[in-house]
Design a protein around this ligand. Structure first.
Ligand code: FES
Length: 182
């Protein structure tokens, strides 16, 4: 029952992504590409003071990457950067399959993605937008005036999450594109 609700939440975010589009004059823009499948998400943030005044994304990805990024943007709007970093840590704990994270109300809709922790090959998909967020916050903190003029482009070369099993040899994410956790 709970699993089918989770699946519905994921599909809803995939079909009607929240905060999709571009921001006028973002203070930081990060393009993050998953080299395993070629999908790329561009995340734009407008950071005012030390808070995320606006956040939007565009690009393409599988159901899990789009749904995860959509839920992430929803959770981030108006949040201080410290809280955004805290949320990222909570989401990483969810991806490690930690039980406390599965009951963590601060994660909101993001808890619907807890089934991904059982699919190590898809964790990279769920983290695509979060890795972009991570780079965006780092770039913002490094910049003098908080305004990064050009778009910064990255390939996600990280292993999934510490403690998660690596994908099996020969895994091709293109073949599982669009699949959802059972
Ligand atoms: Fe490309 Fe999920 S991000 S298959």
């Amino acid at each position: 029952m709970l699993e089918s609700i989770f699946k519905e939440i994921i599909l809803d975010h995939y079909r009607k992504p929240r905060n999709k589009g571009a921001i006028d004059g973002p203070t930081v823009t990060i393009a993050m590409r998953n080299p395993l499948c070629g999908d790329e998400i561009e995340l734009m943030l407008a950071i005012e003071g030390d808070a995320i005044a606006d956040v939007r994304f565009k690009g393409q990805g599988c159901a899990i990457s789009v749904a995860s990024t959509s839920m992430m943007t929803q959770a981030l709007k108006g949040k201080p950067l410290e809280e955004a970093v805290d949320l990222e840590q909570r989401f990483l704990a969810l991806m490690r399959g930690e039980e406390a994270a599965q009951d963590d109300r601060r994660l909101g809709d993001l808890r619907a993605l807890q089934g991904v922790a059982k699919l190590p090959v898809r964790i990279k998909c769920a983290l695509l937008g979060w890795n972009a967020l991570d780079e965006a916050i780092k770039a913002h903190r490094k910049s003098d005036r908080g305004l990064i003029g050009e778009k910064l482009e990255f390939e996600d070369l990280t292993a999934e999450v510490p403690g998660a099993e690596p994908p099996p040899a020969g895994f091709d994410p293109r073949k599982v594109k669009g699949e959802l956790p059972e």
